[in-house]
Design a protein around this ligand. Structure first.
Ligand code: PLP
Length: 436
C-alpha cells in the first residue's frame, strides 16, 4: 500500500484546516488522517497514492447509487447547459415533487432544503409554528443533524433516567445553550409505556416528536413495531406533529423509506442523502398538507434559501428517484445486501468472533462485543460494544483495501456500513478479504 502523497498532503492540510480536514467527520482515526481521494467510481474509491478501495462508507450514505453514476452525471450536465442557476423554479422541480409524493407515504407537499440538518431544523420550526407549542420529544441515540434544536444525547455518555424514564438532556456539542435543552425531552426509544406517560404528563405542551424510524445512526438498531405504533397514536391524539427523520432511512430499504417499511405514516418527513443518489447535495421536507400549509408564503413559518432546490441538485435528484423507482431496483439492492450480511454473519460464527451483524436495506453495522440479534436496545449497544476490537477490524479491513469509516468515538460506537453500487463480485471479494 502506497501512502506517501496522502501523508504529505495531510501535513500541508494541517496548516490550513483544524485536524487537516474541511469537515470534522472526514477525519479517519483508523489511519490518523483523512483519506485523500483522486476520484471515485461505482463502489470504488481511488486515493491520491493510486490505491483502490471497495467503499462501505458511501459518503455517509449519500452516494446510495454509487459514484460517478452516468445517468445522474448526464442529468447534471443538462443543468450545466441550462446555465446552472439557483433560486428559480423549473418544470423539473415540479416533476421531482410529483415523484416524491408518489413515492413517500406522508408526502402530500414538498419543500426543498440543502442538507439534512436544514430539513430537520425547518421541520421542528414548522411543527412549533403550526401547534403554537415549544417543547419537542426526541429519543436517545437518534441524530437529527448539527443544529441546536435537537442535537442532544446522541454522542454523549449514558445518564441515569429520572423516575419517569426521562433522560437528562445533554448537548452533543459545546455552544448549545441550556435554554434550548429546556425545550427538549429525551426519552429511550422502544419504550411505549414511558412514551405514553410522558405525553400525558406534558399534555398540550409537545409541538413535535422527532425520530429516526430505524436507528441507523447507531448502526442499525431496530424499532419495535408496538413502540412506533404507540408514538403515532399518542401524537395524533395530542395534536403533536410526528416527524420521521428519514435523512438516512429514506429510500434506503424501499422506495417509501422507514415509513413504508414500518407501515406507519408520520405527519412530516425529512429526506436527504439517498435522495441525491450519487452525492448530489439536496434535501427535502415533505408532509401532510395540514402541516405543510404552515409554510410561508401561505403560512407564517419561513423556510427558504438562495441555493434551495438548485437546478443541478434537482435534475440530479430527479434522475436518482427515477432510477430508484425502476422495477426490480429494491429486489436487487436487498438481495446483494443480504448476501453481504449473511456472508459476514457466517464468518463471525465460523471463527467464533464475539460480534453480530445487523442490517436493513443498504445500511448495516457489525456490533463487536454483542452476541445476539435482533438488537432493539441502544443502551445495550453502547454498554457492550467492543471498541478496541472494532478498531482492529477497521484497521485490517483498510489494509485489505476495504474502506469502512468510523469516527473513533467510544461514545458513539458504530462505524458506517453502507452498501451502494456493489456488484455480487464486489460482495464476494469483500467476504474473501474479511476472511483473510
Ligand atoms: N438526520 C439524520 C438521521 C442523519 O443521519 C443526518 C446525517 O448523518 C442528518 C440528519 C444531518 O444531515 P446532513 O449531514 O445532510 O446535514
Amino acid at each position: 500500500m502506497q501512502i506517501h502523497k496522502g501523508d504529505q498532503l495531510f501535513q500541508e492540510a494541517l496548516k490550513y484546516f483544524i485536524s487537516g480536514v474541511g469537515a470534522a467527520g472526514r477525519f479517519f482515526p483508523t489511519i490518523g488522517r483523512p483519506l485523500f481521494l483522486e476520484r471515485a467510481d461505482g463502489a470504488y474509491l481511488f486515493d491520491i497514492d493510486g490505491n483502490q478501495y471497495i467503499d462501505y462508507h458511501s459518503s455517509s450514505g449519500a452516494t446510495f447509487l454509487g459514484y460517478n453514476n452516468p445517468e445522474i452525471k448526464q442529468a447534471m450536465q443538462q443543468a450545466l447547459d441550462m446555465g446552472y442557476f439557483c433560486n428559480y423554479e423549473t418544470e423539473y422541480h415540479v416533476k421531482l415533487a410529483e415523484l416524491l409524493c408518489a413515492s413517500v407515504p406522508c408526502a402530500e407537499k414538498v419543500r426543498f432544503a440543502n442538507s439534512g440538518t436544514e430539513a430537520t431544523l425547518g421541520a421542528i420550526r414548522l411543527a412549533r409554528g403550526v401547534t403554537g407549542r415549544k417543547k419537542i420529544i426526541k429519543f436517545e441515540g437518534h441524530f437529527h443533524g448539527m443544529h441546536e434544536m435537537a442535537w442532544f444525547n446522541c454522542h454523549t455518555t449514558l445518564s441515569e433516567p429520572n423516575e419517569y424514564g426521562e433522560i437528562p438532556c445533554i448537548p452533543d456539542s459545546a455552544g448549545i445553550p441550556e435554554e434550548i435543552a429546556s425545550m427538549v425531552i429525551v426519552l429511550p426509544s422502544n419504550e411505549p409505556d414511558i412514551f405514553r406517560s410522558c405525553m400525558k404528563r406534558h399534555q398540550g405542551e409537545i409541538a413535535a416528536v422527532i425520530m429516526e424510524p430505524v436507528m441507523y445512526n447507531a448502526g442499525c438498531v431496530l424499532p419495535k413495531q408496538e413502540f412506533v405504533q404507540a408514538v403515532r397514536e399518542e401524537t395524533e391524539h395530542a395534536g403533536t406533529v410526528l416527524i420521521f427523520d428519514e435523512v438516512l432511512s429514506g429510500f434506503r430499504m424501499c422506495l417509501g423509506g422507514g415509513q413504508e417499511y414500518l407501515g406507519v405514516t408520520p405527519d412530516l418527513a425529512t429526506l436527504a442523502k439517498a435522495l441525491g443518489g450519487s452525492g448530489v447535495p439536496i434535501a427535502a421536507l415533505v408532509g401532510k398538507e395540514w402541516v405543510m400549509n404552515g409554510l410561508n408564503p401561505v403560512g407564517k413559518v419561513v423556510m427558504s434559501g438562495t441555493y434551495t432546490g438548485h437546478i443541478l441538485e434537482v435534475l440530479g435528484s430527479l434522475k436518482a428517484v427515477e432510477i430508484m423507482r425502476s422495477p426490480g431496483f429494491y429486489d436487487h439492492l436487498n438481495q446483494l445486501a443480504d448476501r453481504l450480511y449473511s456472508g459476514l454473519s457466517d464468518l463471525l460464527q465460523r471463527y467464533r468472533i464475539k460480534a453480530v451483524i445487523q442490517g436493513v436495506g443498504a445500511r448495516f453495522a457489525i456490533y463487536f462485543g454483542l452476541e445476539h440479534t435482533p438488537i432493539y436496545d441502544y443502551r445495550q449497544v453502547v454498554r457492550h460494544f467492543d471498541f478496541d476490537m472494532n478498531q482492529r477490524f477497521l484497521r485490517k479491513a483498510f489494509e485489505k483495501y476495504l474502506y469502512i469509516h468510523d469516527y473513533g468515538n467510544k461514545l458513539s460506537p458504530t462505524h458506517h456500513g453502507f452498501t451502494s453500487a456493489h456488484t455480487l463480485e464486489d460482495i464476494n471479494e469483500t467476504l474473501t478479504r474479511c476472511e483473510d
